[in-house]
Design a protein around this ligand. Structure first.
Ligand code: SF4
Ligand code: SF4
Length: 375
């Protein structure tokens, strides 16, 4: 075991291989407050990458309703039960990561899902936590709650799929941090399936080897955001590259949201993988649940998001979500517009901070028609 630094848990930790950060790290931010669970991302990914035989149950992207949904079923609660209650001292994790809690002879704590766990991808959809009494009317804040959690592979800085593979078939690209399985080397031992705490590595029965999200690398190499981002109806997603907190670049959109404004948090940081998909937490969910799933900074992120409307830079960046298929490496405000730039510094998108409203006379003299609103 090597000792590596994981900034998400604020300390050094044990990992199977020495630290080897890529020159830039593939990352995304998902704003859970805007997700409508339309599953367009899921189908965009499925149509692109997993529509073949033996891939029927593979959802590299899925969207589950928390607290009861999960794909595969109970992927997180089963592991949380094994790891026990979290112990944080401020923002430093004092409990054991999945690598540190590994039993003798194993590289991480892993759970192999059973086949039935994969049979209901959308189990628990729209089920709320809490009693819904007869005659309930709208009261604020809502006591029953649920929220949608979109999930893909986290292209972790310390991937457990990679650490768990006895054949060295899983690798992390040094140029962008995307984690891939070498299809030629894999022999289908499924140790990556067992080892990934997020259950984002899948076994394909027709080929006898394992497959996982490829981060749409053919697009990323051309400066394009992934299919799940491009197709997101709710415009909740932004893909880009993230630095470590010490190397944060304030006009990099991902650094801005994660490091500068503390709006977005990793999923289950206590697992210890330094996951690279970040979430703006839902603002209506009880704090203890948010802290379990997003860690001790959840309250701060919710407060920052609630205050975001008064910060034009944050408003501008939120407007840039889903506004272009290009990867934005930097952004800035120019007047009342937010502008995104690619890696060469060329402008790729420009959006107004506030959508203009056009008022038109009901009677159009040129066409001699009366316009009526029928909605
Ligand atoms: S989420 Fe799972 S499959 Fe993806 S890189 Fe991390 S450990 Fe590997
Ligand atoms: S496409 Fe976007 S809004 Fe729809 S489910 Fe996926 S993440 Fe949510």
């Amino acid at each position: 075991m090597a000792t590596v630094y994981n900034w998400q848990i604020g300390r050094d930790m044990s990992y199977w291989y020495p630290q080897a950060r890529p020159s830039k790290q593939f990352a995304m931010v998902f704003d859970t407050n805007k997700c409508i669970a339309c599953q367009t991302c899921t189908m965009a990914c499925k149509n692109a990458w997993t529509s073949g035989r033996g891939q029927e149950y593979m959802f590299w992207n899925n969207v589950e309703t928390k607290p009861y949904g999960g794909y595969p079923q109970a992927w997180d609660s089963k592991l949380l039960e094994v790891l026990g209650p979290q112990q944080w001292n401020g923002t430093t994790y004092r409990g054991k990561t999945i690598f540190e809690a590994a039993p003798a002879g194993e590289r991480s704590v892993g759970i192999q899902p059973d086949d039935p766990d994969y049979t209901s991808p959308n189990i628990g959809e729209d089920e709320v936590f809490g009693q819904v009494e007869k005659g309930l009317k709208v009261i604020m804040p809502h006591t029953p709650w649920m929220f949608y959690l979109p999930r893909i592979c986290n292209h972790c800085t310390y991937p457990s799929c990679l650490a768990s593979c006895p054949r060295g078939s899983v690798y992390k690209r040094p140029e962008d941090g995307i984690v891939l399985i070498d299809q030629g080397r894999c022999r289908g031992y499924r140790e990556c399936v067992r080892g990934c705490p997020y259950k984002k590595s899948f076994f394909r029965s027709t080929s006898g080897i394992s497959e996982k999200c490829i981060g749409c690398y053919p697009l990323v190499e051309r400066g394009l955001q992934t299919f799940c981002v491009q197709n997101c109806i709710g415009k909740i997603r932004m893909m880009g590259f993230l630095h470590t907190p010490e190397a944060s670049v304030p006009d990099n959109p991902l650094d801005f949201l994660v490091h500068e404004k503390h709006l977005a948090l990793p999923l289950y940081p206590q697992f210890g993988l330094e996951a690279n998909i970040y979430y703006v937490p839902p603002i209506h969910v009880p704090l203890p649940y948010l802290e379990q799933i997003f860690g001790p900074r959840a309250q701060e992120a919710v407060a920052n998001y609630k205050a975001a409307w008064s910060d034009p830079e944050v408003v501008g960046l939120i407007e840039l979500f889903g506004s272009t298929d290009r990867i934005m490496n930097s952004f800035k405000l120019i007047g009342d517009e937010a502008v995104g730039y690619n890696a060469s510094g060329a402008e790729v998108v420009r959006v107004p901070l506030k959508e203009p409203v056009h008022l038109r006379a009901a009677y159009d003299a040129a066409l001699q028609v009366e316009r009526r609103s029928i909605t």
